[in-house]
Design a binder for this molecule. Structure first.
Ligand SMILES: NC(=O)CC[C@H](N)C(=O)O
Length: 341
């Protein structure tokens, strides 16, 4: 038998993985603008898969293109389309695992959004790259191979939404981008990765968390309610908070200094917003650690919620979904933030 025949007669891989394309650097192509320049989201998911040798040996792969954007343009419409496409795949029993190719800029937000609304034990794995597909040493093909390997792994079931880049598997709850350009950009600072994927088997470091089927409902159509992030700094006044209120924000997340702090003026403006029924969540710009209740700020008195270790961009997503579900009382909102932990 020739090698070609052997390949032809080899049994098809057992796992079926659906790859959904959304764009990003992984689908990026060099630009005529010159050295280092590229345009995100130019290459289809099908073409990306075709460029990864041996990927068809680890899963039967199908592809669908949901969007073709740089993830800096990620928006509610694409999020809703993604959820609908994934729910369709689950209903039709189309796949044993799902991979989403995605830009890295907002990958942590999409991952956490999906984790908060999707009610499934099927592995959902987001993957991207830091170098465009046309770059020397492109990291996309290896990352895509590893993401499909994780999505096809029975051991990945029931672990929620995962992010795979650079041999590491991260949980949506903890992962964040930490470097603007380095291929080793994703970290789960307070928790560490949930596992590793390399030339060997997929390895998880912890037991899968108990399955929590109670997910937040998605409204029938976008957009999600407006929640603004206010970034704290030295010499802070109350104007950014007052501006958010004027624009009609239904919620405000403070990217606070330190343990979710900000100046007296800004805290008083936030208290006035909370009194007017706007949900105020204190998070931190620091990048790791918890924001705890009632430490330097009297959250009980001022009517605030704390984000624990959810970073501002993830706290914003959770708050949007809670407000969309009619959950706006600070104590109730706090319970939901506590329950993500
Ligand atoms: N490396 C990346 O994926 C970042 C590039 C691009 N801005 C994106 O998020 O889609």
């Amino acid at each position: 038998q020739t090698a070609a025949n052997t390949t032809q007669n080899a049994p098809a891989p057992a796992a079926r993985v659906l790859v959904l394309g959304t764009g990003g650097t992984i689908a990026g192509q060099a630009s005529t603008r010159g050295s280092g320049a590229y345009n995100a989201g130019k290459v289809s998911a099908a073409d990306l898969i075709a460029a990864v040798p041996g990927i068809d040996k680890i899963a039967q792969i199908s592809t669908d293109q949901v969007a073709s954007i740089g993830s800096q343009d990620m928006n509610d419409k694409v999020w809703f389309d993604l959820v609908k496409r994934i729910q369709l795949a689950i209903r039709n029993k189309e796949a044993d695992g799902i991979v989403i190719t995605h830009g890295t800029d907002t990958m942590e937000e999409t991952a956490f959004f999906l984790q908060t609304v999707l009610d499934t034990r099927i592995p959902v794995v987001l993957v991207g790259s830091m170098r465009p597909s046309t770059a020397i040493g492109a990291d996309g093909p290896a990352n895509l191979y590893e993401a499909v390997k994780v999505a096809a792994s029975p051991d990945a079931r029931g672990r929620g939404v995962l992010v795979v880049l650079d041999d590491a598997i991260h949980g949506a709850r903890w992962v964040q981008k930490t470097n603007t350009t380095n291929v080793q950009t994703f970290e789960s600072r307070d928790a560490g990765p949930v596992g590793y994927v390399d030339m060997g088997p997929v390895r998880f470091l912890r037991a899968a968390s108990p399955y929590n089927g109670s997910k937040l409902k998605l409204p029938d159509a976008p957009p999600l309610p407006r929640v603004d992030i206010v970034y704290a700094h030295a010499n802070m006044d109350g104007l950014p908070v007052e501006d958010a209120v004027k624009r009609g924000a239904k919620g405000i997340v403070l990217a606070g200094v330190g343990d979710g702090n900000t100046s007296k003026e800004a805290i008083d403006a936030l208290q006035a917003a909370a009194k007017a029924g706007i949900v105020v969540v204190r998070s931190t710009r620091v990048g790791s650690g918890f924001v705890n209740r009632n430490v330097e700020v009297d959250d009980d008195k001022r009517g605030f919620v704390v984000s624990l270790d959810l970073n501002p961009q993830k706290a914003r997503v959770l708050l949007q979904l809670l407000i969309a579900n009619g959950i706006t009382q600070p104590q109730e909102v706090q319970k939901h933030f506590d329950a993500t932990w």
